[in-house]
Design a protein around this ligand. Structure first.
Ligand code: NAD
Ligand code: MG
Length: 397
């Protein structure tokens, strides 16, 4: 039995960058939260350390080969554990009042859906799962009575600004983009950017995959689709604005031409704290915003020619019928190939485009009616991307 006023929480992807920020907030509010379950992909050591510190009830590791290691590390603690995808799903299914979905990639879809089906409150960081499952994810959440809170900073900003008006009064949302490390680079230099260059994000410290996605602006593309799903918006209602300082995170424009924005220092603990406290506000540890010392906020239009991944997101959204699933799946293959130094940086977007085109030409478009549909499209699109990889890798540009 949990004491009155204490909320039970589960963190999927507890050892990652978002997981770390979430655990930091929980650490700062001891006594108000009790940790039910924590999960990781393969980092047993990091997970067990957190489980012991927070006295979690259950921990799960996706990598099934780590069972003995996990079991031994937890010996004598009374903490239950499991391995494999089913254990991650079990962690999501166990009763908790609040859950952070911070697995990276489409691998987070099934666990997030398990939490959705419990009708609980979910802070959603894992944008790929929304992009992969499209509107279906939100429909399923509505059916189960689950409350989806956007943890992604731009969407959290929109969520906060949206309460200034109603749907009929909304004319447009604007999400900002830092522009990433290649914002001012010429196309030819972006084409040949190295892994080390792509991993150098100017403002945010994040996991590897999302950092590379930020450099290609694929991250912003995923976020355009994420915004469309979360808030039921048309592609024409979503604009991207490059804002190198990452202080204004998102804005909502209303019919009277008022624009309401959310600002803050670039620290993920602020949007996560908003999700954790919601519908109230809790104390956040981020550095106070000091606009006088920042001095200037600047804005630029995004360049769709140098950053084709962003254009492709709008194409995928307009195409619908699983095209956003393909967009995400092909990107996951492309990023893995770039990390493995099999393709140039510029080939990431080319592989995504070739996979989307191949998918449409093959007549594969069909609405997603279930999680299995989304997972099947994700799987097949990955295979198509992998088969297109050699010819994309061979082409210069
Ligand atoms: P990360 O790589 O730092 O962490 C990912 C977490 O997921 C780790 O705990 C890892 O063990 C776990 N994981 C990875 N693959 C898994 C699998 N197959 N099965 C189970 N668990 C697995 O990533 P991150 O930067 O924390 O990002 C997590 C998610 O949040 C991503 O979807 C990302 O797009 C989104 N997001 C991140 C940030 C950020 O600032 N880092 C901001 C907004 C949104
Ligand atoms: Mg974001």
């Amino acid at each position: 039995p949990v004491e009155a006023g204490v909320r039970t929480v589960t963190v999927l992807g507890a050892t990652g960058s978002i997981g770390d920020s979430t655990m930091d907030l929980l650490r700062g509010a001891r006594g108000r939260y009790r940790v039910e379950a924590l999960t990781a992909n393969s980092n047993v050591e990091g997970l067990v350390k957190l489980a012991r510190e927070f006295d979690a009830r259950f921990v799960a590791v996706a990598d099934a080969s780590r069972f003995d290691e996990l079991k031994n590390a937890l010996a004598g603690t009374g903490i239950e554990c499991g391995v494999g995808e089913s254990a991650i799903i079990e962690a999501a299914s166990r009763p908790a009042d609040w859950l952070m979905a911070a697995v990276s990639g489409a691998a987070g879809l099934k666990p997030a859906l398990a939490a959705v089906d419990r009708g609980t409150t979910i802070a959603l960081a894992n944008k790929e799962c929304l992009v992969c499952a499209g509107d279906f994810f939100m429909q399923r959440a509505a059916k189960a009575g689950a409350c989806i809170l956007p943890a992604d900073s731009e969407h959290n900003a929109l969520f906060q600004a949206l309460s200034s008006g109603n749907r009929d009064e909304l004319t447009r949302v604007i999400i900002t983009a830092s522009g990433g490390p290649f914002r001012t680079w010429a196309a030819a230099d972006i084409e040949n950017a190295t892994l080390a260059q792509a991993l150098k994000h100017p403002n945010w410290s994040m996991g590897r995959k999302i950092t590379i996605d930020s450099a290609s602006m694929m991250n912003k593309g995923l976020e355009v689709i994420e915004a469309a799903c979360l808030f039921a918006l048309e592609p024409e209602e979503i604009d991207v604005l490059v804002h190198p300082q990452s202080i204004v995170h998102g804005m909502v424009e209303f019919s009277d031409r008022s624009v309401v924005a959310q600002l803050g220092t670039p620290d993920m603990r602020t949007p996560i704290a908003h999700c954790l406290g919601w519908p109230e506000r809790i104390a956040g540890p981020a550095v106070k915003l000091d606009l006088a010392s920042i001095g200037q906020l600047t804005f630029e239009a995004p360049d769709f020619a140098r950053f084709p991944a962003l254009r492709l997101a709008y194409d995928a959204l307009r195409t619908g019928q699983g095209a956003t699933t393909v967009y995400n799946a092909a990107n996951e293959i492309a990023v893995a190939a770039f990390i493995a130094e099999k393709i140039r940086f510029g080939a990431i977007a080319r592989l995504v485009e070739a996979t989307m085109n191949g998918w449409v030409r093959a007549g594969n478009l069909a609405p997603l009616a279930s999680a299995d549909d989304a997972i099947a499209v994700d799987h097949n699109a990955r295979n198509m991307a992998a088969s297109l990889l050699p010819q994309i890798a061979a082409k210069a540009s």
